[in-house]
Design a protein around this ligand. Structure first.
Ligand SMILES: [Zn+2]
Length: 358
């Protein structure tokens, strides 16, 4: 068992080591349970562990990492391994019916039939009940289920209790583009807001403030686009790996569709997250301006470092206008999932900053 031994995305601690020991032991003895549940703080490394586990189960050398079974399982294209993930924000019964069909089929390839279910907490009740039946009464001894979740508290206890459960301590990925670039968005946003506020406060011609607002929107959208392009590049890389594999065309097409919907979901989630963070920062600024307006001291602020800036630069604001702006932001949160609307909303919010002074 080589590939499961020391994955670099795991923290080297007792919990992970004992998980690996337990799983390796089962693989070597050939006495596998039917259902496993892996949980941890990041779904992608959890998925990697699941693939390494699946490869180790079917590889003749218990996970050499070199044979065709290992290589293709790790790529997610071994025909004995089915990967399931929710189409939208929910996993429906139709997807579980597909799982049951797959697990009921006779396998023409060596090894067990393994079904990996990502984000399994997103199963709705109906889907979970259906899966439960299969977990209680698997189609044959060759079936192995590996459920993955970032949030074990959201899982149905009836499902959890059917699985051997393993919690993993995962490293956060340092070079994820979103993690780095969120910092860039924060920086642009904080600088931009200061700029707009100073400009508007100085009573500059309205034209200037408008240009500053529009530029800030463009700058932030530019960062978002770059980050989304990074997701797309990841997808293209995975797609070309799959296209160049030597599997049956129908399998390849199936996985291409799975991948595409995965990235679509990922990009959507990311966009909502980023917009939500942007709105949070703007709201925090407005709250701080209101607080200083009412005489709050530095300790009472969201951004303590902005206290002297606000006290010095933000005079003569109409508090009721700021409240109006806060309300506008809350209303716009509804549109977080629709990218065009959220961009327009952002623009609109920045433009309103010009109007907060007496
Ligand atoms: Zn192998």
């Amino acid at each position: 068992m080589k590939i499961l031994q020391n994955p670099d995305f795991l923290i080297d601690d007792d919990i992970n080591q004992s998980n690996i020991k337990s799983l390796s032991g089962m693989i070597e003895s050939g006495k596998l349970a039917h259902a496993f549940l892996f949980y941890g703080n990041n779904i992608e490394p959890l998925f990697k562990i699941a693939l390494e586990f699946a490869a180790s189960i079917n590889c003749k050398d218990n996970g050499c990492g070199e044979c065709l079974i290992c290589k293709n399982t790790l790529k997610g294209v071994y025909p004995n391994v089915m990967i399931v993930e929710p189409e939208g924000n929910i996993m429906r019964i139709e997807e579980i019916i597909e799982v049951q069909k797959f697990m009921g089929l006779t396998s023409y390839n060596p090894g067990k039939k393994i079904c990996i279910i990502k984000e399994s907490e997103l199963m709705n009740q109906e889907a979970a009940n259906r899966l439960l039946k299969t977990l209680e009464d698997p189609p044959d001894d060759n079936s192995v289920f590996v459920l993955l979740t970032e949030d074990i508290s959201a899982m149905l206890p009836t499902v959890t209790s059917r699985c051997l459960t393993y919690g993993w301590n995962l490293r956060f990925e340092e070079n994820k583009p979103d993690k780095n670039d969120f910092g860039i968005i924060d920086k642009y946003l904080n600088e931009g807001i200061k700029n707009i506020l100073v400009n508007a406060a100085e009573g500059d011609s309205e034209g200037d403030s408008t240009i500053i607002s529009l530029n800030l929107t463009l700058k932030i959208l530019g960062v978002l686009k770059r980050m989304e392009a990074a997701f797309k590049a990841d997808m293209e890389k995975e797609l070309s790996q799959i296209r160049s594999s030597d599997f049956d065309k129908s399998y390849i097409n199936k996985y291409i569709n799975i991948l595409k919907s995965k990235y679509k979901r990922k990009a959507g989630k990311f966009h909502s997250l980023a917009m939500s963070r942007i709105f949070d920062i703007i709201s925090a600024w407005l709250e701080d301006i209101i607080a200083v307006g009412y005489g709050a001291q530095q300790e009472g602020l969201n951004y303590k470092e902005n206290f002297s800036f606000i006290r010095k630069n933000i005079k003569n604001v109409k508090i009721e206008k700021i409240f109006k702006l806060v309300k506008l932001i809350e209303e716009n949160r509804i549109y977080l999932n629709y990218s065009i609307n959220s961009e327009l909303a952002l623009d609109n919010i920045f433009l309103q900053f010009q109007d907060i002074y007496e």
